[in-house]
Design a protein around this ligand. Structure first.
Ligand code: ZN
Length: 375
C-alpha cells in the first residue's frame, strides 16, 4: 500500500514555497482519486485527500462510508498510480455544542480515523463563538479550549507519530445583516497564540474570508462562478500571522466555482498553502453520469428533488438539486460503486485533466520533490 505521509511534513516543507497544495474531497471516489493521483504524479505535485465528518464518520455520514472505507479507497488509488507524496486529511471535524458528550463522541471519531490511517486532522470548533464575550479572547475561549482538548487527544492517540493539524476560526460561509462575516487578523492571531500557549501548534488555519462551501447560485437558481473570496483580507490575516512569528498559513475552503484563471492570478500562494476542492469533483462525476449512466442520474435527480423540494419552498429545482445531491450518495451508494469500467475510465480521464488545471493554477509543480527531500 502507498500509505499517506504526515500532513505536517507537507505543510512545513511547503510553507513558503509559493505553492498551494490541492486538497481534494473525492466523496465519489472511483476514478476521481486515480485521475488526481495521476496528475499529481505527472506534475510532481504533493496532494492531499480529505473528507469531512458530516460525510464520513463511524455511522457512515452522508456518503455512507466509515473512515476506513474512504482511507482504503484512496490508498488503493495511490497504490495503483504508484504515487507517494500525499496526506490523508480528516476535514471539518466539526463540533457544534462543545459539551463533554460532544467532545467524547468526537474523540471516538478521531480514534477511528487514526486507526484507518489518517495523517492530518482539521478540528473545527468555529461554531463555538461567544457573542457575549467582552474581548476577542473571551469570545474565542470555547473554541480555544475544545480545539486544545482534541489536539491533545490526537497527539496522545498518535503515540509520538507526527501529524498535520488544521484549526478553524470564523465560521466559513457565515452571513449577518451586512453580508459575509470575515475573520480579522486580530482574531486569527489571538486564536493561534492562545493555542500555542496551550502547546498546540497547528500548521494551517481555516478562516472565514467570503468563500462558501458547495455550488453558488444567483437569485434565479442558476449556478454562478464564485468571485467572493476576499483576497486582501486573506493577505492581511497571513501577514499578521507572519508578523507575530506564528508558523501557520491559511487553508482556503470552498474553492468550487472559483475560476481557475482567478486562482492562478490573484490567490496569494504561500499565504494560502492548502486549497480545498470538494463539490467540483462531485459535479464532474454527476455531469458525466448524464451521458454514461442516464438512468442512475435520473434516479439520483428525482430522489434528491423529492426529498429536498419540500424542505426548500420557493427554491428553483436546479439549486435544490445542486445543494442537496450530496445526500443522495449514501442512498445510491451500491449503484455508484457498481458503475461499469467505461464510466470509471471516463471519470478518471476528466479528473486527470481538471486536476492538471488546478495544480497548474496552484503553482504545485515540483512540490512533491521538495517534500521528498525532507523525508
Ligand atoms: Zn470546508
Amino acid at each position: 500500500m502507498n500509505e499517506p505521509i504526515p500532513g505536517n511534513v507537507l505543510f512545513e516543507s511547503l510553507r513558503d514555497k509559493d505553492a498551494i497544495i490541492l486538497a481534494s474531497n473525492a466523496r465519489i471516489t472511483a476514478g476521481v482519486a486515480e485521475g488526481i493521483f495521476r496528475a499529481a504524479n505527472d506534475l510532481d505535485s504533493a496532494v492531499i485527500f480529505e473528507i469531512a465528518r458530516s460525510e464520513c464518520n463511524v455511522n457512515g455520514g452522508y456518503t455512507g462510508m466509515v473512515p476506513s472505507e474512504y482511507a482504503e479507497a484512496i490508498m488503493g488509488a495511490a497504490e495503483e498510480i504508484g504515487f507517494d507524496v500525499w496526506a490523508l486529511h480528516a476535514d471539518h471535524i466539526t463540533l457544534k455544542k462543545g459539551t463533554p458528550e460532544d467532545i467524547a463522541e468526537t474523540g471516538k471519531l478521531i480514534d477511528a480515523q487514526i486507526d484507518a490511517g489518517f495523517t492530518s486532522f482539521a478540528i473545527d470548533a468555529s461554531y463555538l463563538f461567544d457573542h457575549q464575550g467582552g474581548n476577542l479572547r473571551e469570545e474565542l475561549a470555547q473554541n480555544i479550549d475544545v480545539t486544545t482538548e482534541l489536539a491533545k487527544h490526537i497527539e496522545s492517540q498518535m503515540r509520538g507519530k507526527p501529524f498535520g493539524l488544521e484549526v478553524e476560526v470564523g465560521e466559513i460561509g457565515k452571513k449577518d445583516a451586512h453580508g459575509q462575516v470575515v475573520t480579522t487578523p486580530e482574531e486569527a492571531v489571538t486564536f493561534v497564540k492562545a493555542l500555542n500557549e496551550n502547546d498546540v501548534f497547528p500548521q494551517v488555519l481555516a478562516i472565514a474570508n467570503g468563500a462558501s462551501h458547495g455550488n453558488v447560485y444567483d437569485e434565479h437558481g442558476n449556478m454562478i462562478e464564485q468571485v467572493s473570496i476576499d483576497i486582501l483580507q486573506t493577505k492581511a490575516v497571513a501577514r499578521a500571522l507572519r508578523e507575530n512569528h506564528l508558523d501557520v498559513r491559511i487553508a482556503q475552503h470552498g474553492i468550487t466555482g472559483t475560476p481557475r484563471e482567478l486562482i492562478r492570478s490573484v490567490f496569494p500562494r504561500g499565504d494560502i498553502i492548502k486549497g480545498n476542492v470538494a463539490t467540483f469533483w462531485q459535479n464532474l462525476v454527476l455531469d458525466l453520469y448524464k451521458v454514461y449512466q442516464p438512468e442512475l442520474y435520473g434516479d439520483i435527480h428525482d430522489w434528491t428533488l423529492e426529498e429536498y423540494r419540500p424542505k426548500n419552498p420557493g427554491m428553483a429545482d436546479n439549486e435544490v438539486f445542486g445543494k442537496n445531491v450530496k445526500y443522495a450518495i449514501r442512498q445510491f451508494r451500491e449503484r455508484i460503486n457498481d458503475v461499469d469500467e467505461e464510466t470509471v475510465d471516463a471519470i478518471e480521464a476528466l479528473s486527470y485533466g481538471e486536476a492538471l488545471v488546478f495544480l497548474k493554477a496552484f503553482g504545485s509543480k515540483g512540490t512533491a520533490s521538495i517534500v521528498r527531500k525532507t523525508l
